[in-house]
Design a protein around this ligand. Structure first.
Ligand code: HEC
Length: 160
């Protein structure tokens, strides 16, 4: 006599799923690790700021802009030795630390080069990409890299 209520071994309600989640997590972790390794092997080592910069919020802002935008060509300390500095035709990336300015050393000259770029070279116009205050700050930082006194008018409004 068979009793339908007592089937021998009831099938488990849910068959246990293949353990996919741990593999997804492993994959994600590997992505993160390779991303971090790639990032740190391509970002050049950053040197400490030149004297007088660390305590100056204006120049520290300029440094932040410089490190995020200008280092590929100008190099972390402005010597023109960034990873994108060589291997291209056209004007070479100059040394921003030698106190000599090919395009002029007045604040207005430096601002003009940064805003409008140098046509025909890889120095692009940054005017459309950066806020005016960022441009003034990074111009000030170029003077600091050159160990030149940072012109006061850069900190204020519009020098020309
Ligand atoms: C893609 C490469 C590249 C990037 C990025 C770049 N520059 Fe330049 N920069 C150059 C080159 C090349 C020159 C030289 C142009 C010339 O000789 O006429 C130059 C020249 C300059 C000069 C003029 C130097 C002088 O002697 O008169 C200044 C100032 C300058 N760059 C600042 C900056 C700042 C600030 C940034 C970031 C906001 C920046 N550059 C980003 C390639 C670059």
């Amino acid at each position: 006599m068979s009793n339908p209520e007592s089937s021998p071994s009831p099938a488990p309600a849910t068959s246990s799923p293949a353990p996919v989640l741990p593999w997804i997590l492993v994959g994600l972790a590997m992505l993160l690790i390779s991303g971090a390794v790639g990032y740190f092997s391509f970002v050049p080592e950053v040197e400490p700021p030149p004297p007088g910069v660390a305590g100056d919020p204006f120049l520290m802002e300029g440094r932040a802009v410089f490190l995020s935008r200008c280092v590929p060509c100008h190099g972390p300390s402005g010597r023109g030795d960034g990873p994108m500095a060589s291997g291209f035709a056209g004007a070479q990336v100059g040394d921003l630390t030698d106190g000599e300015w090919k395009h002029g050393d007045k604040p207005g000259d430096v601002l003009r080069v940064i805003r409008a770029g140098v046509p025909g070279t890889r120095m692009a116009p940054w005017g459309p990409l950066l806020e005016d205050a960022q441009i003034r700050a990074v111009a000030g930082y170029c003077y600091a890299l050159s160990r030149l006194p940072v012109p006061d008018e850069l900190r204020e409004a519009e020098p020309n």
